[in-house]
Write a protein that binds this ligand. Structure first.
Ligand code: NAP
Length: 275
């Protein structure tokens, strides 16, 4: 390990690496010397992140996959470990931000959100944890949301899946940190990504929001703590702007999301997701 490349020789697996926060985390970990496995569905986006990561002269593997598909989490970890070696840092960033009022939430949408936002992180953790415990070193980084700490109208199932992810993180951390495997959940406030969807229309300027690299910097800080130091496990990272912070603005935002059909009174389907 060198001061400039503190993650040299480490292998990172980033679930949801094709855009936004996940792409930024992948670039940042590569800039610190880590080899990186990139997983997401959109091939061209993934290829572009792959080029950015390769520019840091570290081994990189792009794995186009729908992590919600049966066996996909274990298959992706197997492929990453075969190509790059055992995973030292798992970043669970892929998520589905579907929200609406409980009375209009179809059980199918509830299940899809819980599957991608909670089951998939669990399955990925389960795939890497035995090896990490054996080697006495590892990081599980779960990207949660500041929304998991707020009781906001129309925020479920997303906010509930992220609350559960916080609990999963704390459980993994307490069960494993004494053997060298630590877990943190980073809880972003509003960040400029596709998922943030036109905040200007709500009077929240893009300058009020964080940049994906702000979250990536915190992830890098976390995974470079000395071996004897436990942190978190919950780390909120939020804009200081009052506009981007108010619960009222967030509730307003939740009511304008494109995946909720306010006329029909139901969440819309996301193409490609299993029933
Ligand atoms: N932006 C914010 O304000 C904000 C705030 C709080 C928390 N977060 C959290 O930050 C994380 C990243 O979100 P983002 O804002 O960066 O949005 P984003 O750009 O839409 O990123 C989501 C990532 O997840 C991947 N993904 C989605 N479904 C997948 C699937 N079935 N299989 C594999 N990969 C999948 C997407 O890739 P493909 O579409 O190519 O599969 C993409 O790489 C999420 O966990 C989100 O809840 C974001």
């Amino acid at each position: 390990m060198t001061a400039e490349r503190p993650l040299k020789g480490k292998v990172a697996f980033v679930a949801g690496a094709s855009s936004g926060i996940g792409a930024s985390i992948a670039r940042t970990l590569a800039s610190a010397g880590a080899s990186v496995a990139l997983v997401a569905r959109r091939k061209e986006h993934l290829a572009s992140v792959e080029r950015d990561v390769a520019a840091y002269e570290v081994p990189v593997l792009a794995l186009p996959a729908d992590l919600a598909a049966k066996d996909a989490p274990q298959d992706a970890v197997n492929a990453a470990e075969q190509a790059l070696g055992p995973v030292d840092i798992l970043v669970n960033n892929a998520a589905l931000a579907r929200t609406g009022p409980i009375h209009d939430t179809h059980p199918r949408h509830w299940r899809q959100a819980f599957h991608l936002n909670l089951d998939v992180p669990f399955l990925l953790i389960r795939a890497v944890l035995p090896g990490m415990r054996e080697r006495g070193h590892g990081w599980i980084v779960n990207i949660s949301s500041e929304g998991s700490l707020l009781q906001a109208d129309w925020s479920a199932p997303y906010s509930i899946t992220k609350r559960a992810l916080n609990a999963l993180t704390a459980q993994v951390d307490i069960e494993n940190r004494h053997v060298g495997v630590r877990a943190v959940a980073v809880l972003p406030g509003w960040v400029r990504t596709d998922l943030a969807q036109d905040p200007e229309t709500l009077g929240v300027g893009v300058e009020d929001l964080l940049d994906p690299s702000d979250i990536a910097d915190v992830v890098l800080w976390a995974v470079t703590r000395p071996a004897a130091v436990g942190i978190g496990p919950l780390i909120p990272v939020r804009p200081v702007s009052r506009n981007a912070q108010t619960l009222a603005n967030w509730e307003h935002y939740l009511r304008t999301l494109r995946h909720y059909d306010t006329v029909g009174g139901h969440m819309t389907d996301v193409p490609g997701l299993p029933e």
